[in-house]
Ligand binder design. Structure first.
Ligand code: B12
Length: 205
């Protein structure tokens, strides 16, 4: 495969879109295309940390990744059949990153789940309301900012306060989350990527 990630990291929009289309035409697995582009996003983050890229560059990379996601969605989705169950998904309060969340949405949908997306910067009450309305047994929280771990914690507490905790499994994910964040927040599991979100949600159902 051509180095899609490199094109993304270098913010070469037109070249990337052309190359992704070419890969699709050649029958490359869309999940592999996504993985390559994710590596590019990691590189963008590193450039930002090093002071070589600015917020405008982050935004540009975000737009590029979203466009790739839109191109790939029809190739990932489209599997019909019985629903495996409902999942409430969103990015926690204070965090507006939605690329990873949207990717998890696409993968869960194409994996056969009904997904209720409450969006970004979502308050604990928004998650609780969606759980009550839908009766979903799984809550999936995305969080990319270390400063927002307390938003995960507050969401878990709100689910407890609503009396739903023993009926709802909580999975977290996004950039810096790991087992230590699961322990800190009282969630049930963490997933590294959108594929693991599908696997873990299946186990939780
Ligand atoms: C693009 C980007 C932005 C864009 C977001 C655009 C958008 N629509 O989302 C914009 C410009 C808005 C932005 C803003 C900011 N950002 Co920013 N951003 C990024 C960047 C480069 C990429 C994030 C991304 O989309 N990655 C690609 C996706 C696919 O990966 P992902 O989200 O991790 O998701 C995957 C997995 O983690 C997993 N996953 C995700 N969610 C979930 C949920 C579940 C349940 C599961 C199981 C799995 C899962 O599946 C996904 C697919 O495999 C990262 C650097 C990086 N490499 O992560 C910085 C980064 C996250 N941002 C950072 C910062 C500091 C900021 C700002 C504070 C900058 C500023 N000074 O204003 C603001 C914060 C705004 C806010 N309140 O949220 C830091 C965070 C540092 C930290 N320790 O917290 C990072 C790490 C950059 C850095 N190296 O410093 N950002």
């Amino acid at each position: 495969m051509v180095k899609l990630g490199e094109m993304l990291a270098n913010l070469e929009m037109d070249e990337l879109m052309e190359a992704v289309q070419k890969e699709l035409d050649q029958g490359t697995d869309p999940v592999e295309i996504l993985k390559d582009c994710e590596a590019g996003m990691v590189a963008v983050g590193e450039k930002f940390s090093a002071g070589d890229y600015f917020v405008s560059d982050l935004m540009m990379s975000g737009e590029m990744f979203k466009e790739v996601g839109e191109m790939l969605e029809p190739h990932l989705a489209g599997k019909t059949g019985e629903s495996l169950g409902k999942v409430v998904l969103g990015t926690v309060e204070g965090d507006i990153h939605d690329i990873g969340k949207d990717l998890v949405y696409i993968m869960l949908k194409s994996g056969g789940f009904d997904v209720i997306d409450v969006g970004v910067d979502a308050k604990p009450e928004a998650f609780v309301d969606a759980l009550k309305e839908s009766g979903a047994p799984v809550l999936a929280l995305s969080c990319l900012l270390t400063t927002c771990y307390d938003s995960i914690l507050n969401t878990v507490k709100a689910v407890e306060a609503a009396g739903l905790r023993d009926q709802v499994k909580i999975i977290i994910g996004g950039g810096p989350t790991d087992e230590s964040v699961v322990t800190y927040t009282g969630a049930d599991a963490v997933g590294d990527d959108a594929q693991s979100a599908v696997r873990i949600c299946k186990e939780m159902m």
